[in-house]
Unconditional design. Structure first.
Length: 413
C-alpha cells in the first residue's frame, strides 16, 4: 500500500464510531430524555418505566455475550448490520406502542440489537490495529457514546416541542430511522478483518514486529482462549467494579443535586450536559494513554481519577466541587470500557476479540445491576446520597489496585 494512501482501518473505526452513536447514544441513552413524555403518553408509573429500562438492559446483556461470539464466528460486519437493523425497526415500532407490555417487549428487542452491535463495534480496533495502537483506535469508536448522547439531546427536545403530546413517538421514529441509515453505512464500509482486503493491520507495515501478517479467518475458533483463560476472568472481575461504581454516580447524579443540594432540575441537566460533551473525547485520550503506559497502568490511573470524582462529589458540597467532579468524570467516563476492549483483543487475539469483550461484559453487567440497588438502599438508610458516592469511590479504588495485577500479554507477532 502506498504511504500516501489512507489505510482502510481508519475507515472501519470511524464507521464504528457511527455504530456506537446509533447503538449506544440513540438506542440506549435517549430513553432517559424521552422517558418523562413517554410516561405521560402511555400513562405509566415509575415502576413500569423502570421495568422498561430493565428490559432493555437484559436484552443488551444477553446479546453482548452472544453477539460477541457470533461476530467472532460470522464476522463483525454481518452481525453489526443485522443488529442495527433490528434496533432501528424496534425503535420505530416503540413510537407506535399503546401500552406498557408492548413498550417493554420492544425495548427488550432494542436491547438485543444494542448488545450485538455495540460489542463487535468496540472490538473493531483490535482487528484492524496492532497492539500498541489499538487503544487509540478503540477510543475513536467509543467517542460515539458521548457523541450520540449529545446528538440525541438535540433531536429529542425538538421532536417534543414540534409534536406536543405525541412528540415522544416522533422522537423514536427519527432516532430509529437514523439507526437504519447507520446500519446501511456500516454494511457498506465495515470489513471484519484486514485479510478480507489483503491488508496488514494498521501499524504492522511500518513496524513488522508490532503485528502479524494477515491470516485467513479460521473456521475452527479456539473458544478456550476466552472461557478457559484465567486472565480473562480476572479482567472481568476488574470490569465489574467499574460497572458497580460508575452507575451509582450516573444514577443518583441529578437526584443528589436536586433533592439533597437544592439545585433546580435545569441546573443539574446543564451540568450533566457538560459531562456528556467532555466525555466525547475521553475514549481517545485513555486509549492513547493505555497504548503508551500499558493497559494495567492506564486502567489504574483512570480508576483513581474516577474515585476522586466520586469522592469530591460526596464531600465538597459546593458549586466548585460539583463542577470539578463533573469535569473529572467526563474526562474518564468511558476510559475503562475503552481500555477493556483493547485489553480483550490483546489477550485473545483480533479474531476472538468480540467474544472476549462480550464475555467480560457479563461481569460489567452484573456490577451495573448491583450498584444502584445497594446505593439506593444506603441512601434510604442514611437519608443522604453521600454514602453511595463514598461507596463508589472505595470500589473504584479497589478496581485500580486490582488493575495493577493484570499481567501484560505476549506481544503479537
Amino acid at each position: 500500500m502506498s504511504p500516501s494512501k489512507i489505510h482502510y482501518g481508519w475507515v472501519v473505526v470511524f464507521t464504528g464510531l457511527l455504530v456506537t452513536i446509533g447503538a449506544h447514544g440513540f438506542g440506549r441513552m435517549s430513553y432517559t430524555l424521552i422517558l418523562p413524555a413517554m410516561k405521560d403518553g402511555l400513562q405509566l408509573n415509575y415502576t413500569q418505566l423502570g421495568l422498561i429500562g430493565t428490559g432493555n438492559f437484559i436484552g443488551y446483556l444477553i446479546m453482548a455475550i452472544i453477539g460477541g461470539a457470533l461476530a467472532a464466528r460470522l464476522g463483525s460486519r454481518l452481525v453489526i448490520c443485522l443488529a442495527l437493523t433490528l434496533m432501528g425497526v424496534t425503535m420505530i415500532l416503540t413510537g407506535l406502542a399503546q401500552n406498557f407490555q408492548t413498550a417493554f417487549l420492544l425495548r427488550l428487542l432494542t436491547g438485543l440489537g444494542h448488545g450485538s452491535s455495540y460489542v463487535p463495534a468496540m472490538a473493531l480496533g483490535s482487528a484492524w490495529f496492532v497492539m500498541n495502537r489499538r487503544g487509540f483506535a478503540t477510543g475513536i469508536v467509543s467517542a460515539g457514546i458521548g457523541g450520540g448522547t449529545m446528538i440525541a439531546s438535540f433531536i429529542v427536545p425538538l421532536a417534543l416541542k414540534a409534536y406536543g403530546i405525541e412528540g415522544w413517538r416522533y422522537a423514536w421514529y427519527f432516532l430509529g430511522a437514523a439507526v437504519l441509515v447507520i446500519a446501511a453505512v456500516a454494511g457498506f464500509f465495515i470489513r471484519s478483518r484486514p485479510d478480507e482486503l489483503g491488508l496488514h493491520p494498521v501499524g504492522a507495515e511500518a513496524d513488522p514486529t508490532a503485528g502479524s501478517l494477515p491470516k485467513p479467518a479460521s473456521t475452527s475458533l479456539d473458544w478456550g482462549l476466552v472461557y478457559r483463560k484465567g486472565r480473562i476472568w480476572y479482567l472481568g472481575l476488574v470490569y465489574s467494579l467499574y460497572g458497580f461504581s460508575y452507575i451509582i454516580y450516573m444514577t443518583f447524579f441529578a437526584a443528589y443535586l436536586v433533592k439533597e443540594i437544592g439545585w433546580t432540575p435545569a441546573a443539574a441537566s446543564g451540568l450533566w450536559a457538560l459531562v456528556g460533551g467532555i466525555s466525547i473525547f475521553c475514549g481517545v485520550i485513555w486509549g492513547g494513554i493505555s497504548d503508551r503506559l500499558g493497559r494495567a497502568q492506564g486502567m489504574a490511573l483512570a480508576y483513581g481519577l474516577l474515585a476522586a470524582s466520586y469522592l469530591i462529589f460526596a464531600l465538597l458540597k459546593s458549586g466548585t466541587g460539583f463542577y470539578v467532579s463533573a469535569v473529572l468524570f467526563g474526562l474518564c467516563a468511558w476510559s475503562i470500557p475503552t481500555i477493556m476492549a483493547a485489553t480483550a483483543g490483546d489477550l485473545v487475539g483480533p479474531q476472538m476479540a468480540p467474544a472476549g469483550l462480550g464475555f467480560i461484559t457479563l461481569f460489567f453487567g452484573l456490577g451495573q445491576a448491583l450498584g444502584p440497588s445497594l446505593g439506593g438502599y444506603l441512601a434510604d438508610l442514611s437519608r443522604s446520597f453521600t454514602g453511595p458516592f463514598l461507596l463508589a469511590a472505595v470500589v473504584s479504588l479497589v478496581g485500580g489496585l486490582l488493575a495493577l495485577g493484570l499481567r501484560p500479554p505476549v506481544r503479537e507477532g
